[in-house]
Design a protein around this ligand. Structure first.
Ligand code: NAD
Ligand code: UDP
Length: 318
């Protein structure tokens, strides 16, 4: 297949491109580097099956015939989408429509990277796909949440009225190597702070929960969803729930750091609880995650150690 991957210079997009190339497909990657980085693509510099074009998906573009479109482009970290508020809304609206039109033009499959933020600060727990969510439509996070909810509606409309073979992955917090060390997400913040012997910044009292999925598990779930017949949203995430305090303790344990905790203000509308019900993914895709938070953090450590200018934890074989 020849496959378009948008947001290819980001955390998930670059891993997904690696997976497709590893399976023998050709990848056309696009990115505007608003939150992505060249270094995530450096290892593909001499890969003949990888083409790259720097562009903003909000402006119509034509990558030529493709068999599949994977739309990962969008700021994803709260500090970044708050900084890029209007750009995030445009990317989730005009940008998503441009990529849907490419899929429609070439009769390609389409998968959109949606999010657990569609559930907002959920009143149902755990969150299953049938829950419609509890989103503040005008709060600071609305630029991301409402863009993603609109994108889901748009994707379903292209499926229902234009016959595009679409798929919607509701991704829950995912981490791993290439998660940008300074983009403000909790796992990268905590690991970098622990490695630098700085205090870990816990927002609020740390009792809010998240459920963290290691990137390899996530990518496998996305691949399976893209090859399924399911058009309605499917949760892809790890259903083991941690408080943010437990997450901080696990990072301290894995890094061996003596850092203290520093409590800071909770961001506005920060969801209180978040945990995916993955019964649908299990039944439809035969998928579930296998990597625990502790194991995934250990597997991520060398990436973050190199970003902190520290030697790798295990000496590579000579
Ligand atoms: P990321 O910020 O690392 O990657 C996003 C990439 O998209 C970046 O390379 C950025 O430069 C690019 N981009 C943004 N706007 C663009 C535009 N208009 N045109 C072209 N490129 C653009 O984030 P990520 O964690 O890799 O997230 C990828 C996707 O997965 C996003 O759509 C995000 O909403 C979704 N998602 C991620 C998570 C997670 O935990 N990582 C959770 C839920 C949903
Ligand atoms: N968080 C924290 N300290 C940090 C960064 C984040 O306590 O340095 C909290 C944040 O308030 C939220 C959770 O960790 O409750 C996850 O935040 P993240 O930005 O990673 O993603 P979110 O799930 O909020 O989109």
């Amino acid at each position: 297949m020849r496959v378009l991957v948008t947001g290819v210079a980001g955390f998930l997009g670059s891993h997904f491109a690696d997976r497709l190339l590893g399976e023998g497909h050709s990848v056309v990657g696009v990115d505007n580097f608003s939150t992505g980085f060249h270094e995530n693509l450096d290892h593909l510099a001499h890969e003949p099956r990888f083409e790259f074009e720097e562009l903003d998906i909000c402006t119509a573009f034509d990558p030529g015939p493709v068999d599949y479109v994977f739309n990962f482009a969008s700021p994803a970290s709260p500090p970044e989408y708050l900084r890029l508020a209007v750009e995030t809304l445009r990317t989730g609206s005009a940008g998503v429509e441009n990529t849907l039109q490419i899929a429609a033009r070439y009769g390609a499959g389409f998968l959109h990277a949606s999010t657990s933020e569609c559930y907002g600060d959920p009143l149902e727990h755990p969150q299953s796909e049938s829950y419609w969510g509890h989103v503040n439509p005008v709060g600071p996070r609305s630029v991301y949440d409402e863009a993603k909810r609109y994108a889901e509606a748009l994707t379903m409309a292209y499926h229902r009225t234009r016959g595009v073979d679409t798929h919607l992955a509701r991704i829950f917090n995912t981490y791993g190597p290439r998660l940008h060390p300074d983009d403000g997400r909790v796992i990268s913040n905590f690991i970098m702070q622990a490695l630098r012997s700085e205090p870990l910044t816990v927002y609020g009292d740390g009792s809010q929960t998240r459920s963290f999925c290691f990137v390899d598990d996530l990518i496998e779930g996305i691949v399976r969803l893209s090859r399924s017949d399911e058009h309605l949203p499917v949760n892809i995430g790890n259903p083991t729930e941690f408080t943010i305090l437990e997450c901080a303790q696990t990072v301290l344990e894995v890094t061996g750091s003596k850092s203290e905790l520093r409590f800071e203000a909770l961001p506005v509308d920060d969801p209180t609880r978040r945990c995916p019900d993955i019964a649908k993914a299990r039944a439809l895709l035969g998928w579930e995650p296998h990597v625990s938070l502790k194991e995934g953090l250990i597997r991520s450590l060398d990436f973050f150690r190199s970003k902190a200018g520290l030697p790798l934890s295990v000496a590579p074989p000579r």
